[in-house]
Ligand binder design. Structure first.
Ligand SMILES: NC(=O)c1ccc[n+]([C@@H]2O[C@H](COP(=O)([O-])OP(=O)(O)OC[C@H]3O[C@@H](n4cnc5c(N)ncnc54)[C@H](OP(=O)(O)O)[C@@H]3O)[C@@H](O)[C@H]2O)c1
Length: 369
């Protein structure tokens, strides 16, 4: 009997309201492909869903799957000795349970890796690599893709580059209920810092305080947000971890202490604000992360260092980041926060639910159920 590959494809474009509905996606079946020379056939175990999904769906054509998800896959047949059967891969994967992969694949949606990252990963895409056995299958799939994937490595690298994070350092973490924020807040707390998070609503703030064990959490929707921040940080914020951008960055930047650090790494405000069109700011990546010319000038005047990059650019540090994260997991000072939808057939529900908050941590689909 010929085995089949199941695939979720775009059936109908999104309406102009940008809401994902079940009828936008359809499941199709295809014959299982055979790997050619230099290729491997992988079975996907779990994927991370990104808040950019809605935007990506507007850029897909009917019949296409989204091939840009970071996921965990296991090699089941191979004609590349560097991708042996049984190896676990961190790869850009589609909404499909089997897929042909090759180390020559270029990144989807990102720039080519640096020479150092290419040498480490032995691939042409910075996020495609073979995981070490102590990472996968050493840890469960959701932990691998949350802590050792882009969220954990971004959180730890950001704190390293904005460090040292010591008990004297006062840290504000935006989107503390989110995937990167929940880890950044825990790591900063584990290093002894005073840590305050931001989340949407009183219940969310209570959840953040209890789950992450940080000093406080403030509702970013509160009309007196500025005053609440000044009370929590009477001498200013030493380090602001900001994956939100937009108006939140503009509100917080003036409260960063002289000589402080702004770790700007994301744009959740635009991904969650509804609609499907992301305005392209004039100043590229920094602009997308909320760093307007005014904020550049303010930080320049007050000797505030800005760190703004994509974590893959620094993946030559990946192994050392993984080792430190594994140590914190073993010590119990870091716990993954994941929102896992079980079963490949439930993938559309996960994509729909992602935008009907609240969810906490990394939104994932475990294909095995
Ligand atoms: N630079 C890099 O290498 C890198 C790596 C990973 C991720 N990123 C980026 O970092 C950002 C965060 O990623 P993530 O995976 O952590 O996000 P996520 O899990 O989707 O978290 C989203 C969080 O953002 C909060 N939020 C949504 N809209 C908000 C608003 N208008 N103001 C304040 N908070 C808001 C939500 O809080 P409530 O639910 O409590 O309201 C939610 O917890 C994304 O833009 C992502 O692309 C960058």
């Amino acid at each position: 009997m010929t085995r089949a590959c199941r695939k979720w494809v775009l059936a109908h474009p999104l309406e102009t309201d940008g809401i994902i509905r079940a009828e936008n996606l359809a499941m199709v079946e295809e014959a299982l492909p055979e790997p050619g020379e230099g290729q491997a056939l992988v079975r996907t175990r779990l994927i991370n869903l990104h808040s950019r999904t809605r935007l990506k769906m507007t850029q897909m054509s009917a019949g296409e799957t989204d091939l840009a998800n970071y996921g965990l896959a296991e090699v089941v047949a191979s004609r590349d000795p560097l991708l042996p059967v049984g190896a676990h891969l961190h790869w850009q994967l589609g909404w499909q349970d089997y897929q042909i992969v090759s180390r020559d694949e270029k990144p989807i949606g990102y720039a080519l890796p640096t020479e150092a990252v290419r040498a480490l990963n032995q691939t042409q895409a910075p996020m495609n690599y073979v995981l070490r056995p102590e990472i996968a299958p050493g840890w469960p799939p959701d932990t691998v893709m949350h802590v050792f994937g882009t969220s954990g490595t971004t959180a730890l690298l950001g704190l390293r580059r904005c460090g040292p994070v010591t008990p004297q350092v006062r840290v504000l973490v935006a989107a503390a209920s989110g995937s990167v924020g929940s880890l950044a807040a825990q790591i900063a707390k584990a290093k002894g810092a005073y840590v305050v998070g931001l989340a949407g609503g009183a219940d969310r703030c209570a959840w953040v305080r209890e789950t992450l064990g940080i000093d406080d959490c403030i509702d970013y929707r509160a009309p007196d947000l500025d005053q609440r921040l000044r009370s929590a940080f009477p001498d200013g914020i030493d380090l602001f971890c900001d994956g939100v951008g937009g108006s939140l960055t503009a509100t917080v930047a003036p409260l960063i202490a002289r000589g402080g650090r702004l770790f700007a790494f994301g744009s959740s405000e635009s991904f969650y604000s509804g609609g499907t069109a992301a305005a392209r700011p004039a100043n590229g990546l920094r602009g997308a992360f909320g760093i307007t010319p005014e904020i550049e000038a303010l930080c320049g005047d007050r000797s505030i260092r800005i760190e703004a990059w994509i974590v893959f650019d620094h993946y030559d540090e990946r192994l050392s980041l993984e080792d430190e994260l594994a140590g914190m997991l073993r010590a119990g000072t870091l716990r993954p926060v994941t929102d896992v939808t079980r079963g490949f057939e439930n993938l559309p529900q996960a994509a729909i639910r992602m935008y009907s908050r609240p969810h906490a941590g990394k939104v994932q689909v475990d294909f095995d159920g």
